[in-house]
Design a protein around this ligand. Structure first.
Ligand code: WQD
Length: 336
């Protein structure tokens, strides 16, 4: 059974491709390499010992995608393709709406034409906006997003759920990721942001490896135990295994289901910095900087629905997240 993975040359998709192959599925990957490298897929093949057919195409390109669906005949699609830089989405909103919505619409149209009924989407905790109280459950209020990136996730959730409502044979699973960090324990694949990282963990690892001079901690006056922002960091291999469970669920059900993929455990910026220092043995120079616009004090999941319904639970510790991020970054100081 082949699963089509648009965008899986990227961070989360590449780790998920490995977990799927290890669970016995065949995968095929489509990517335009606008923010990813074919080397990631080559290394996934090396790690699994299995071929992963790789198509270079824009996922919004209907004619190209129809051909790929024809060839691959996927049993399900796990959609990772999308732009994801929050700050850039504020500066270039139309680029984000055009790309993230068009790729999704093309995929759903191709699925309808090909009779492919299972769709799993990389959504984000960002859809909860600033309205709900932590911990977020799947029933917490969504919307009120603070940037176009977040709105694309929100809108795609509506689009996919609408498609499933119109086709009673369709299954849609929306996965709301919290803060993915870590890397495959081999250190061969990992997160490879282009330019200066926006997210905390890649920033820390690039300071550790000497590519950046110091970390700015955005605010130490939040109403949290040490004053710095609290997030639910989840190991990317736990996240990858969550996709395998979500796929099994999607193949056996109809309709739309939403799951939080997080640990349920909040970690502050300074706690993560210190855990990283212990795991790597490298000191991270930092300064306290002003709060970053749009940031919330605390974001963490209630992940109990995924445990109850999917039988999935994150098991890896913050120490493993730091050790694996460091192994990847120190073995690949300049990425792929
Ligand atoms: C985490 C914490 C920062 C960088 C965003 C998106 C989300 C998802 C993941 C991605 C916060 C602090 C960060 C730095 C810092 N999207 N921080 N110094 O903001 O929770 O989530 O990325 O594809 O949708 O909103 O993650 O890693 O940017 O920040 O102090 O240099 O680290 O203030 O408290 P965030 P993050």
């Amino acid at each position: 059974m082949t699963i089509l993975l648009p965008g899986a040359a990227g961070y989360i998709g590449s780790h998920t491709a490995i977990a799927l192959v290890q669970a016995g599925y065949d995968v095929a990957i489509v990517d335009d390499f606008s923010n990813a490298s074919p080397e990631a897929v080559r290394r996934c093949e090396e790690l699994t010992g299995k071929k992963m057919p790789l198509y270079e195409a824009d996922v919004a390109d209907k004619a190209a995608m129809e051909k790929i669906f024809d060839e691959v005949k996927p049993a399900a699609v796990i959609h990772f393709a999308g732009f994801k830089a929050v700050g850039e989405s504020v500066a270039k909103p139309l680029k984000y709406y055009r790309n993230n919505l068009d790729t999704t619409l093309t995929l759903l149209e191709c699925m309808a034409e090909a009779g492919c009924k299972a769709f799993i989407f990389s959504s984000s905790a960002t859809v909860y906006g600033a309205r709900a109280a932590v911990p977020y459950t799947e029933e917490s209020e969504t919307g009120g997003c603070t940037n176009p990136y977040g709105w694309t996730k929100f809108m795609i959730e509506q689009i996919a759920a609408g498609a499933a409502k119109a086709d009673p044979d369709m299954s849609v699973v929306l996965l709301r990721y919290f803060n993915p960090v870590g890397a495959h324990p081999s250190g061969r694949i990992g997160e490879n942001p282009s330019g200066i990282p926006n997210n905390l963990m890649p920033y820390i690892t690039q300071v550790a490896v000497g590519r950046l001079p110091q970390l700015s901690v955005f605010g130490d006056d939040y109403p949290t135990p040490d004053g710095t922002g609290v997030r639910d960091y989840i190991h990317v291999m736990d996240l990858a295994e969550g996709h395998v469970k979500a796929l099994e669920y999607a193949l056996g059900h109809k309709g739309t289901e939403v799951f939080n993929l997080g640990t349920g455990h909040g970690v502050s910026v300074l706690e993560l910095v210190h855990a990283f220092e212990r795991a790597s043995g490298v000191k991270i120079p930092y300064r306290i900087a002003p709060r970053r616009a749009g940031d919330l004090a605390e974001v963490y999941a209630d992940p109990s629905k995924a445990e109850r319904v999917l039988g999935w639970k994150a098991t890896r510790t913050v120490e493993e997240m730091c050790a694996d991020s460091w192994r990847w970054q120190s073995n690949n100081p300049n990425g792929y």
